[in-house]
Design a protein around this ligand. Structure first.
Ligand SMILES: Nc1ncnc2c1ncn2[C@@H]1O[C@H](COP(=O)(O)OP(=O)(O)OP(=O)(O)O)[C@@H](O)[C@H]1O
Ligand SMILES: [Mg+2]
Length: 370
C-alpha cells in the first residue's frame, strides 16, 4: 500500500498541472508560465524518490502530457513554442541529473551504513573477546592461588599425619592400662576417636592434592544409601525435614570403594539437608540409566542454586556457608570420577536442587542387575 502512495502522488501532480495548462485560456500567459514551472515539482520528487530512472521516466511522462498542449493549443506562435520545447528538454535534463545525484547520495548512505554496521559488529566482537580474556585471566589467577593453597595443604596434611599416628598409637597403649567402664578408659577412647576423625580430615586434604587408588569391591547401592540415611536421619529430624529413601525398582550392585562412595553420598546428602528449610523434603532414589549405568538422585526442596553459583560449586574452597570448607563437592566429584562416574547438579532457583550420580554397574552382561 505504502509503495503505491508515491506513484499516486506523482500521477495526481502531473494530471493536475496538465489540467491547469489545458483549461486555462491562452490570454493568461503568466499563469501558463507558473504552471510550466510547477512540472518541476513531480520531476524532482520522482528523482529524489526513485533515482535516475524515476527522474527520467517522470520527465518523459511530463513531456508527453505537456507536448499536445504546445502543439495544439499554442500552435502558430513559433517563438513561444520554441521556448516551451526547450522547457521540455530542461525537464528531462533536470529529471536525469537530479535522479543521478540522489541515486549516488543514496548509494553512499547505504555504504556508510554498512561501514557503521561493520564497525559496530567489530566493536561488539572485540568487547566479547576482551570479556573472555578477562574471565580467563581471573580463572588463571584463581587456579594459581588454588594450586599454591593445595600444595600448602598437602605439605601440612602430610606433616600432621605422622604425629597423629604417634598420638593414636600411644593412646592405644595407655587404653590397655584401664578396664572398659573406667572413666579414664572412656577418655582415651574419645581421644582415639577424635584422632581418627582428625586423620580423616587430613586424608581428605591429601585426597584433594593427589587422588589415591580406590579399593574396589562389589557394593550394593541401596545398602550404602541406607547407611547414609541412618547417619543423617537425626540431623533431618532436628531440622524438621522429611528424609526419604525410595526402594529401588531393581537392586543394583556396583563395583566401588564403599568407604569413599559413602563419603561422596554423605557430602551430597548433607548439602541437601543444609539447603532445605523446615517442612521440606530430601528424596533419595535409585534407577537404572541406559542399562549399563545406575543413577542415584538426591532431590531437595531447598532454595536452589543460581547459574552463577552453579558454575563454581565444584571449585575447591568455594562455599556460601559461614562454616563451610567448600571441599565437600570438590571431593565428591573426584571420588565419583575415580569410579568412572559422573556428577550432575540441576537446579532451578526457588524450586530445589537435584544432584544425580551416575556410576557404571558391576555386570553389564545382564544389565548390571543382580
Ligand atoms: N543441595 C544444594 N542446594 C543449594 N546449594 C547447594 C547444594 N549443594 C551445594 N550447594 C552450594 O554449593 C556450595 C559448595 O558445596 P560444598 O559441599 O562443596 O561446600 P560446603 O557445603 O559449602 O562446605 P562443606 O561441604 O565443606 O562443609 C555450597 O556452599 C552451596 O552454596
Ligand atoms: Mg557440603
Amino acid at each position: 500500500m505504502k509503495r503505491l502512495i508515491r506513484p499516486f502522488i506523482l500521477f495526481l501532480c502531473i494530471i493536475g498541472i496538465s489540467m491547469l495548462h489545458y483549461l486555462t485560456p491562452l490570454h493568461l500567459p503568466y499563469l501558463h508560465d507558473i504552471f510550466q514551472r510547477l512540472y518541476y515539482l513531480p520531476i524532482i520528487l520522482a528523482a529524489l524518490w526513485y533515482g535516475f530512472r524515476g527522474g527520467l521516466l517522470c520527465s518523459i511522462v511530463v513531456s508527453i502530457a505537456y507536448a499536445p498542449h504546445i502543439l495544439f493549443q499554442w500552435g502558430g506562435h513559433l517563438t513561444v513554442e520554441m521556448e516551451k520545447y526547450l522547457e521540455i528538454l530542461l525537464y528531462n535534463i533536470v529529471g536525469s541529473v537530479t535522479g543521478l545525484l540522489s541515486q549516488r547520495e543514496r548509494e553512499r548512505t547505504i555504504e556508510l551504513q554498512k561501514t557503521a554496521q561493520g564497525l559496530e559488529e567489530s566493536y561488539q566482537k572485540l568487547q566479547i573477546q576482551s570479556e573472555k580474556m578477562m574471565a580467563v585471566e581471573e580463572k588463571l589467577r584463581r587456579a594459581e592461588k588454588l594450586s599454591t593453597l593445595g600444595e600448602m595443604a598437602a605439605v601440612l596434611a602430610h606433616e600432621i599425619r605422622n604425629p597423629l599416628g604417634s598420638i593414636r598409637g600411644t593412646a592405644e597403649i595407655l587404653r590397655d592400662d584401664y578396664k572398659p567402664g573406667e572413666p579414664k578408659h572412656e577418655f582415651i577412647e574419645i581421644q582415639i576417636k577424635e584422632t581418627e576423625r582428625l586423620n580423616r580430615v587430613v586424608e581428605d586434604f591429601l585426597h584433594m592434592a593427589r587422588p589415591q587408588p580406590v579399593d574396589m569391591h562389589p557394593c550394593p547401592v541401596q545398602e550404602e544409601l541406607e547407611m547414609i540415611v541412618t547417619l543423617t536421619k537425626n540431623d533431618a529430624r532436628e531440622r524438621k525435614i522429611k528424609l526419604v529413601l525410595q526402594p529401588p525398582t531393581v537392586p543394583v550392585i556396583i563395583k566401588a570403594d564403599g568407604e569413599k562412595l559413602r563419603q561422596a553420598f554423605l557430602n551430597i546428602a548433607i548439602n541437601a539437608l543444609q539447603a532445605t528449610p523446615p517442612d521440606g523434603s530430601v528424596i533419595i532414589s535409585t534407577s537404572v540409566y541406559k542399562t549399563a549405568l545406575c543413577e542415584i538422585r538426591f532431590r531437595d526442596t531447598g532454595p536452589g542454586i543460581d547459574t552463577e553459583t552453579l558454575a563454581k560449586i565444584f571449585e575447591p574452597f568455594y562455599t556460601t556457608k559461614p562454616d563451610g570448607t567448600g571441599l565437600g563437592l570438590a571431593i565428591t566429584k573426584k571420588i565419583i570420577e575415580s569410579h568412572n562416574g559422573t556428577l550432575l547438579v540441576e537446579s532451578e532457583p526457588g524450586h530445589g536442587t537435584t544432584v544425580t550420580v551416575r556410576l557404571p554397574m558391576q555386570d553389564t552382561t545382564n544389565g548390571g542387575i543382580s
